[in-house]
Design a protein around this ligand. Structure first.
Ligand code: CAA
Length: 262
């Protein structure tokens, strides 16, 4: 895939490979403009449709995952521009419609839309250099890509209010304590750690992976009793897959399963 603001590469050692996407606007600290978000949506759709891919990783540079939506591109917008152009949802929701797991591998700044993009992913692996924040208030605006909604769900109201109202940044250790990130690793281990997580996912049966992601996400969208009901139905449905027979037979015979993703 050939993009102006992204680098893409397929890597990994598991049966299902990993689709890597590196945000690549280094001079603007990977500020997220329309062109980049269009390309990101396109790359995600390509990987999601590729049967050889089990997982996607989105990463940035050592200095910045992404320093937010592109301020230059926003500065002169009017309300009518924003409303009629459906700013910022138009090309930002692509991440949420990916069915395969998406890992954010974050080093350096993940601010504003950068933090929101990371939170749209299924899990965040952070370098010890990562810094998370929603500093939009300093620009006279508020987070516009889910920050006021996903941050409190991830870290609770107290820290979310703190970050959104004061524009304070959270370092990686605090983000891990608060539950925003899954793991923190030394910066030079970040990409290897993300690949290992992606390989672990890529070694599983894809139907169960897709169902597991759907069920965990359901926890955010429904009351507990509905979520538990949904999980039970999805759990039962996996007994209709060949992978379930293979996984349990492999366990019984003390061998590695060979999943066929059906
Ligand atoms: N948009 C456009 N350009 C940006 C940018 C952004 N969000 N963040 C950084 N840049 C550019 C800078 O303008 C600068 O460009 P020039 O060299 O051409 O001047 C370059 O990236 C390097 O930035 P700095 O010189 O500022 O680097 P620094 O190390 O001194 O500071 C920083 C780093 C603290 C991240 C600082 O750049 C910063 O505060 N950036 C803005 C962060 C921000 O406010 N993000 C929220 C954006 S609004 C949003 O995201 C809305 C939403 O909810 C979707």
């Amino acid at each position: 895939m050939d993009y102006q603001h992204l680098l893409t590469e397929v890597r990994g050692s598991a049966a299902l490979k990993t689709g890597w996407i590196t945000l690549n606007r280094p001079k603007a600290l990977n500020a997220l403009n329309d062109a980049l978000m269009d390309e990101l949506g396109d790359a995600l759709r390509v990987y999601d449709a590729d049967a050889s891919i089990g997982c996607v990783v989105i990463t940035g540079s050592e200095k910045a995952f992404a320093a937010g939506a592109d301020i230059g591109g926003m500065a002169s917008q009017t309300y009518m521009d924003a409303y009629k152009g459906d700013f910022i949802t138009r090309n930002w929701e692509a991440v949420r419609s990916v069915r395969k797991p998406v890992i954010a591998a974050v080093a350096g700044y993940a601010l504003g839309g950068g933090c929101e993009l990371a939170m749209m992913c299924d899990l965040i692996i952070a370098a010890d250099t990562a810094r998370f924040g929603q500093p939009e208030i300093k620009l006279g605006i508020i987070p516009g890509a889910g920050g006021t909604q996903r941050l409190p769900r991830a870290v609770g109201k107290a820290k979310a209010m703190d970050l959104v109202l004061t524009a304070r940044m959270m370092d990686a250790a605090e983000a891990e304590r608060a539950g925003l990130v899954s793991r923190v690793v030394p910066a030079d281990r970040l990409l290897a750690e993300a690949q290992e997580a992606a390989d672990a996912i890529g070694a599983m049966g894809l139907p169960a992976i897709l169902v597991a992601k759907e069920c965990v996400n359901r926890a955010y969208e429904s009351p507990l009793s509905d979520g538990v009901w949904f999980e039970r139905r999805m759990f039962q449905s996996l007994f209709g897959t060949e992978d379930q027979k293979e996984g349990m037979d492999a366990f019984a015979n003390k061998r590695k399963p060979v999943f066929r993703h059906r």
